[in-house]
Ligand binder design. Structure first.
Ligand SMILES: [Fe+2]
Length: 197
């Protein structure tokens, strides 16, 4: 049975950037995905492994299995990419990688925004790490996860309408800026260093 992970901050901790009602619904969708996944399957391995070995599951359940596993993984990573701790400047090896690959933090941000704006429909923009320890900024539709393609995501940015509509309606630029106010680079860097060191 897959167990819910508790948020490390309260639902109103990211106000005014990410509102309490928005996080309430995010958390509700996350919990519902866990309920559905547990109905579908006796979960006995990490969800990343389910996604990476999707071919070993009956064809009839693969679509739902990918969707709910992805929805859980993506929301956990999204929640864990933010905090009220004001750690919104890159640190550690991640800061060095950003500098090396993008030239500066502001150029990285510019690239992130550019990619996020090219997402069509619902989905996410991720920062992923590949086998060469390279950072990539990639969009994935719906609840697809980079694990499906051999990448490890270290940061997730939810771009489903439910993630911004209550506060920002169609002003996606404002939502992106808000996310980068509450982003927690310490946690993202910990994931990066765990992969590369
Ligand atoms: Fe979401």
């Amino acid at each position: 049975m897959y167990q819910k992970k508790e948020l490390s901050y309260s639902l109103d901790a990211l106000e005014p950037w990410i509102s309490k009602p928005t996080l309430y619904y995010q958390n509700k969708f996350y919990r519902e995905a866990i309920r559905k996944l547990n109905q579908l399957l006796q979960v006995d391995r990490p969800l990343e492994q389910i996604v990476q070995n999707i071919d070993s599951y009956p064809i009839k359940i693969r679509g739902e299995l990918l969707f709910y596993s992805g929805r859980i993984l993506n929301h956990e990573l999204y929640f864990d990419s933010m905090s009220p701790n004001k750690k919104n400047r890159p640190v550690g090896m991640l800061a060095k990688a950003i500098q090396k690959q993008y030239g500066s933090y502001s150029q990285f941000l510019e690239e992130f925004k550019k990619v996020a704006h090219t997402l069509v429909g619902s989905g996410y923009t991720f920062v992923t790490v590949d086998n060469n320890h390279h950072l990539n900024i990639v969009n994935m539709p719906n609840e697809e996860t980079p694990y499906l393609y051999g990448f490890v995501p270290i940061m997730a940015f939810d771009l489903w309408e439910h993630s911004y509509f209550l506060t920002y309606q169609d002003r996606i630029n404002e939502y992106i800026d808000a996310f980068f106010e509450v982003i927690d680079y310490e946690k993202i860097n910990q994931r990066y260093e765990k992969i590369i060191l």
